[in-house]
Write a protein of this length. Sequence first.
Length: 258
Amino acid sequence: MDPRRWRLDGQLALVTGGSAGIGRAIARELLGFGADVLIAARDATALDSARDELVEDFPDREIAGFVADVADDEQRRALLDWVEDFGDGLHILVNNAGGNLTRPATEYADDEWRSIFEVNLFSAFELSRYLHPMLARHGAASIVNIGSVSGTTHVRTGAPYGMSKAALHQMTRNLAVEWAEDGIRVNAVAPWYIRTRRTSGKLADPDYLDDVLLRTPLGRIGEPEEVAAAVAFLCLPASGYITGECIAVDGGFLRYGF
């Protein structure tokens, strides 16, 4: 076995929404496999905290942070300019930034549901397009999009969130085929409930938590590190014949029957 198939040494990764939760865990996982990691997030304080923690744990890796709201195109372009200053192109892009506002479908204001699409879908599409030349430079690069089981079946997230994630899954399939000739693999992961700050409020309701666990065959809430492990696998040379896939990280939720 060639151990290099399970390493990311010498590769540069960008993780959006990388200051907390799943994004922070992904940055840590990629660093553990030997990659250098750039993280982007809106909250400067949280970003500095994440970077300081990662630098302490991985002193031999290059780790840098950039404050940007990827839902804003001007800030996306500023992020692009910043990334161009690092190394010889980019090897890995993880489109993790996302957000939601849960309401009945008839109660969303236009700017509310459109903003969900902007951060969950349009930011991933635009960043993938903007960074395509840097990714294509190596002939072996990876994009991983963080989707959701909400993009596959109905869950109680609100329609716009599910719609945006379903479109993200389809974008993954389209770009995987279109960019295969450029040496860019494009995959996605689709988490169910993961233990993060964003989900802590809902999961604090014991009745709601019981409902979630009853529909989860493994009988527990997932951890950010479990999503990060799936993302890292999709970036490794060992997964070099996998593209256009969406891997559920859901404890069996999507396979639940009666």
